[in-house]
Design a protein. Structure first.
Length: 266
């Protein structure tokens, strides 16, 4: 029952994430006007704006112009719903309320960044820079003010968080230099640098290494599959942000897991 509530709240935040993913790269206000169909511009009634359900009821088409609604809408809503259940089970039920909030905001930020990076190949500063600050400050504040010491085994501390941000940024900087010198190609961009700094700030320096490890494996497998199936070529640009985001979320969810800790994080 509580899981259902977590799912509904998560899906509503997913709906909000969709608005940001669409409007931010187009320099449109997040709050005004209300939701509208991007194709016929008619405003959407509340009953056509219910996460996941409305998409199914409308069979993926706008009520008025019948043009198809991007699959991104229900996918992001479903994803945020499921991730919120997993975060709830891991942190909230263990009475780590502050940690839950900390990683919920992190996850929401990563989903928005991934959506925008996937569609525009850009990672917006207005999302990623506050996320870096929040990760470092949140780690320090949660530890000192909001949480009892005993409830601390899974999170980072101020120094762990700061070193995570620096190491995350440093790795991308090295890859960027190597890309320029060896492959004469832009391997990664400044957006990836800021994103890995944000990930490091939330999961610490060990966690950022694990996130890169997961992200690289996943990115390589999916890229090879796309090239093999002729959907992409070797020269196409692949946004790395979504893979890093999945790596980071996996790191958060697996942290403290016994099998996982044998290999990665003690
Ligand atoms: Zn329409």
């Amino acid at each position: 029952m509580k899981e259902l509530l977590a799912f509904i709240i998560g899906a509503c935040f997913g709906s909000f994430a969709n608005v940001v993913i669409y409007r931010l790269p187009r320099n449109k206000s997040i709050v005004k006007p209300g939701s509208f169909c991007p194709k016929c511009r008619r405003s959407i009634n509340w009953y056509d704006n219910i996460p996941i359900i409305s998409y199914l009821v409308l069979k993926g088409r706008c009520r008025y112009c019948k043009k198809s609604i991007s699959l991104r809408y229900p996918v992001v809503e479903l994803l945020m719903g499921v991730l919120t259940i997993l975060l709830y089970q891991k942190f909230w039920t263990a009475e780590l309320y502050c940690t839950f909030l900390f990683y919920f905001i992190f996850t929401l930020g990563l989903v928005i960044i991934s959506g925008i990076d996937y569609e525009t190949f850009l990672i917006p500063d207005v999302i990623v820079l506050p996320l870096i600050a929040l990760g470092i400050l949140g780690a320090a504040m949660c530890k000192n003010f909001f949480m009892p010491q005993k409830a601390w085994p899974v999170l980072t501390s101020f120094s762990y968080s700061l070193s995570g941000a620096l190491i995350g940024a440093l790795i991308v900087l090295l890859l960027m230099i190597m890309g320029k010198v060896i492959w004469k190609k832009e391997a990664m961009g400044g957006g990836d640098l800021k994103l890995l700094a944000a990930i490091g700030a939330f999961v610490g320096w060990k966690g950022v290494l694990v996130s890169i490890f997961f992200g690289s494996i996943l990115g390589t497998i999916i890229s090879l599959a796309l090239i093999y199936s002729k959907k992409k070529t070797w020269d196409d640009y692949v946004p790395f942000g979504p893979y890093l985001a999945i790596g980071a979320i996996l790191t958060v969810l697996l942290k403290g897991n016994y099998l996982f800790s044998l290999y990665f994080i003690p």
